[in-house]
Write a protein that binds this ligand. Structure first.
Ligand code: FES
Length: 119
């Protein structure tokens, strides 16, 4: 199962087979700016810094140009990680949509004292 690391936050999530970058993030309780989720608007562009992806579903040329592909830009709603990847958000920031999927995002509970106080 490929691992997806999102910069600049360093958030790491697993990507199941055939999960797009967007789907992998959503399943782990994260999201970032998106629009059509169908490869048509280009709002979800993300830069691949390391690793390999493939667009296994149609992508509109108006949403992602050949020049952008050559620079390592892909569409998060269509790009499927084929290896561990490091991706960088350029136009938006990642947001938590489901804190329950990430205990580290919940407020820290204070540890109860093991010594009872008797008045
Ligand atoms: S959300 Fe529209 S192309 Fe990805």
């Amino acid at each position: 199962m490929p691992k997806l690391t999102v910069e600049p936050t360093g958030i790491e999530v697993p990507a199941a087979e055939d999960d797009t970058i967007m789907a992998a993030l959503n399943k782990s309780g994260y999201t970032y700016l998106f629009g059509c989720k169908r490869g048509g608007c280009g709002i979800c562009k993300i830069e691949i810094v390391e690793g390999e992806i493939e667009h296994n579903r149609p992508v509109a040329e108006t949403a992602l140009s050949t020049e952008e592909r050559e620079r390592g830009i892909c569409l998060g709603c269509r790009a499927v990680p084929k290896t561990d990847i490091v991706a960088r958000l350029t136009e938006s920031s990642i947001r938590v949509t489901s804190p329950l999927l990430h205990p580290q995002n919940l407020p820290k509970k204070t540890k109860k004292s093991s010594q009872a106080k008797v008045a």
